[in-house]
Design a protein around this ligand. Structure first.
Ligand SMILES: Cc1cc2nc3c(=O)[nH]c(=O)nc-3n(C[C@H](O)[C@H](O)[C@H](O)COP(=O)(O)OP(=O)(O)OC[C@H]3O[C@@H](n4cnc5c(N)ncnc54)[C@H](O)[C@@H]3O)c2cc1C
Length: 267
């Protein structure tokens, strides 16, 4: 297996490196200095200007969405090739987002691309691919050892054709950002099943009544605004009436053997 820089990767890697050096690093510090100049969890005018200029310049140069690996839909890279690009984007704060390659959106887009229905793709994947909205992934919980997904205990119960969700989640990255519109939420939907077949992934729009951001959590004393890592409560959360969708709550995977495979694609 070749784990070096391949011929097809070389020009892209050079272009990404140059874009980061010439365009991103010169504004990175200014963007971070602006945090707290206004609401910590929304981009202020200058931050939005910096970011949107970077995104449109990157997109114009074709440096966009190269995260989707080993797929006919993506940029044609292997995961090993993408690792070289991720190493570059890790050099500063804004680079990953400038190329629409930032977590947790990349994992969430991959889940939607591989497992979503056409309706879910239209509503959530398209604006994510265009860098118009952001997303969150909610698995970890305060009361269980969350590194083992089989412990996840947020409940989802099907009532009158709607999933009713109750639980608390911790360290949910990006959930406090005003641009975050959709969250993939891991729930225990089928407690009667054997241990590895109890969980589902449910798409929860952030404006669903019952979704509550309790507080930003600190990591080594830093709240990482405006992205942040949130403690959240999901309280008797139901499918909200105004959402355009058919049938029961649009769960990606309902208590079945795919729930875990789907989560593994996301992390
Ligand atoms: C910056 C940051 C961002 C994050 N973003 C997200 C996010 O967006 N979404 C999300 O869902 N989560 C997120 N997390 C949470 C993260 O995924 C969890 O913290 C991680 O999965 C570990 O779970 P835990 O904190 O419950 O630790 P635990 O599972 O309690 O683990 C603590 C320690 O105990 C060990 N351990 C656990 N179980 C056992 C066992 N049975 N036997 C022996 N040892 C064991 C573990 O290996 C570890 O060393 C984030 C965390 C951070 C710090």
């Amino acid at each position: 297996m070749d784990i070096g820089v391949t011929d097809r990767l070389r020009p892209l890697l050079d272009a990404v490196r140059k874009f980061i050096d010439d365009r991103v690093i010169p504004v990175d510090e200014e963007f971070l200095t602006e945090v707290g100049n206004g609401d910590r969890w929304s981009l202020n005018e200058r931050q939005a200007e910096i970011l949107e200029e970077l995104k449109s310049a990157a997109r114009e140069q074709g440096l966009w969405n190269f995260w989707l690996t080993d797929s006919e839909q993506g940029g044609g890279l292997s995961t090993v090739e993408y690792a070289y690009l991720a190493e570059e984007t890790g050099r500063c704060y804004l680079a990953a987002e400038a190329f629409n390659c930032s977590a947790p959106d990349t994992g969430n887009m991959e889940v939607l691309e591989r497992y979503g229905t056409s309706e879910q793709k239209k509503q959530w994947l398209e604006p994510l691919l265009n860098g118009e909205i952001r997303s969150a992934y909610a698995m970890s919980e305060p009361d269980v050892a969350s590194s083992d997904a089989t412990n996840i205990s947020t409940s989802a119960v099907l009532e009158d054709g709607e999933w009713v969700i109750n639980g608390e989640k911790t360290y949910i990255s990006g959930a406090g950002d005003a641009r975050c519109k959709i969250m993939i939420c891991m729930v225990r939907s089928n407690p009667e099943n054997q241990r590895h077949q109890q969980h589902s992934q449910i798409l929860v729009p952030m404006d669903t009544p019952g979704v509550e951001v309790l507080r930003p959590m600190n990591v080594f004393g830093d709240d990482d605004a405006p992205h942040g890592h949130m403690h959240m409560r999901l309280a008797r959360l139901r499918d909200s009436p105004g959402q355009a969708r058919a049938g029961p709550y649009p769960s990606l995977y309902e208590g079945n053997r795919h729930g875990r495979a789907c989560a593994e694609a996301d992390v």
